[in-house]
Design a protein around this ligand. Structure first.
Ligand code: KE4
Length: 428
């Protein structure tokens, strides 16, 4: 049987870096990636037969755990009827209706195949709808790898962004402004300077791409007001938080705290595909009507609304609506975070964590960071040691300190207890 190292060696000969998505290469934490052979429930097994309790869940999709019988059954039935038609199907309507039932801020939804594609399309739609070019995003948020989003802050607020990736010409990111997450002064200043040029503001309401940072309610309230006042669209990137942090996604949490709160556009992925390539963007009818074939904003996709992916996603979305699903998931995730914090305290290691629904994060710090510089201030040494100490004990956490963690409905209290026991050893 090939070992992980042998497979990694071989993979690097035919695939750049040996992986099809960079974070999988373990470059942030070092060491050899685990080549997974199969997964079931809360567990995954690697090429050497090692079992792991999985706290990544494919970076969010596997909220039910791996291999849920009803999901597998729906997928197997769909496969037999046809893998892809390139023509409309009833199940796309069913999935669209199910998403809209759970997202009161949206009246129509377009299905695509990845979160990147959904975010890229939402930005084009916002620009087409407003006739404006400027886009605001926040440092530490990741919205997929579309060119306009691979950008870091310019020198001044309203000055040009600078590409963070080779191959992205400066003129492509010149309209993208990068502000500090949770910084009210900066959004006030940006809107004061160029408010009537801003097509949209794109934000992760809970930033899972800088581990776990919540947008504060005052910040979000002010952002909503400024967008409304200046005619800019507020785009919620809920690819990670959508149906993960609550049945109504993160936007339902802000709607509970800010009267009448709604984003203008929402981007979804991960959970709505249940592990298969499926993402979406959604909004009010008047905005979505700008999309081809109705309106002038072009957007398309060969596998958009794929019949097998919609079977997987639709079954997943129906199961998460069962009574008590999020209460149980939230309690399970909280017991993990509380257990880890208790183990850290016992070992005299500063650690603080947070969670919402099935999403969690923890920091080797004294208090929760509110923005990217604060997240990165602690360095990654402690995390990297912890990661490997846990991996050696069969616990698979995200291989980078700026990533969030994910608990599924299949994780049991025993799994959490075993994880905390391993953490107690690892932290000491
Ligand atoms: P995809 O194109 O990877 O499906 O989605 C991009 C995306 C968009 N928006 C948010 C908030 C996201 O978290 C993501 C993708 N998340 C990463 C995890 N940090 C996926 C893991 C990976 O890149 O391999």
């Amino acid at each position: 049987m090939s070992t992980n190292a042998a497979l990694f060696e071989r993979a690097q000969r035919s695939i750049p870096g040996g992986v099809n998505s960079p974070v999988r290469a373990f470059r942030a934490v070092g060491g050899t990636p685990r080549f997974i052979t199969r997964a079931q429930g809360a567990y995954m097994w690697d090429a050497e037969g090692q079992r792991y309790i999985d706290y990544i869940g494919s970076w969010g999709p596997m909220i039910l755990g791996h291999g849920h019988p009803e999901v597998l059954d729906a997928v197997q039935k769909a496969v037999v009827d046809g893998l892809s038609f390139g023509a409309p199907t009833e199940r796309e309507i069913e999935l669209a209706e199910e998403i809209l039932k759970l997202v009161p801020s949206a009246e129509q939804v377009r299905l695509v195949s990845s979160g990147t594609e959904a975010g890229m399309s939402a930005i084009r739609l916002a620009r087409g709808f407003t006739g404006r070019s400027r886009l605001i995003k926040f440092e530490g948020c990741y919205h997929g790898h579309a060119d306009a989003l691979l950008v870091k802050a310019g020198s001044g607020l309203a000055t040009f962004g600078h590409p963070t990736s080779a191959g992205v010409p400066p003129e492509v990111v010149q309209h993208t402004m990068v502000l500090e997450y949770n910084n009210v002064e900066q959004i006030e200043q940006a809107f004061a300077e160029v408010g009537n040029e801003i097509a949209c503001v794109m934000i992760e309401p809970i930033a899972g791409n800088m581990n776990f940072v919540r947008a504060s309610v005052p910040f979000m309230k002010r952002l909503r007001e400024l967008c409304t006042q200046h005619g800019a669209l507020l785009v919620f990137d809920e690819v990670m938080t959508g149906f993960r942090v609550a049945l109504g996604s993160a936007q339902s949490l802000y709607a509970q705290q800010i009267a009448g709160f709604k984003p203008d556009l929402s981007v979804f992925g991960k959970v709505i595909g249940g592990g298969m390539p499926l993402a979406a963007f959604a909004g009010p009818r008047d905005i979505m009507a700008k999309l081809a074939p109705l309106g002038p904003v072009y957007q398309a996709g060969t596998l958009s609304g794929n019949p097998v992916a919609t079977a997987c996603g639709l079954t997943t979305l129906k199961i998460i609506q069962r009574p008590g699903f999020y209460e149980a998931l939230g309690q399970r995730t909280q017991s993990l975070i509380q257990g880890l914090a208790g183990a850290a305290q016992q070992a005299g290691v500063p650690m603080v964590g947070d969670s919402q629904g099935g999403l969690f994060g923890f920091f080797f710090a004294d208090h929760l960071p509110q923005n990217y510089p604060a997240v990165m201030a602690h360095g990654s040494d402690k995390f990297n040691h912890f990661f490997h100490a846990m991996l050696a004990r069969g616990m698979y956490f995200a291989p980078a300190m700026y990533e969030a963690g994910f608990v599924s409905a299949a994780h049991t209290e025993q799994d959490i207890a075993d994880t905390v026991a391993a953490a107690t050893q690892a932290l000491s």
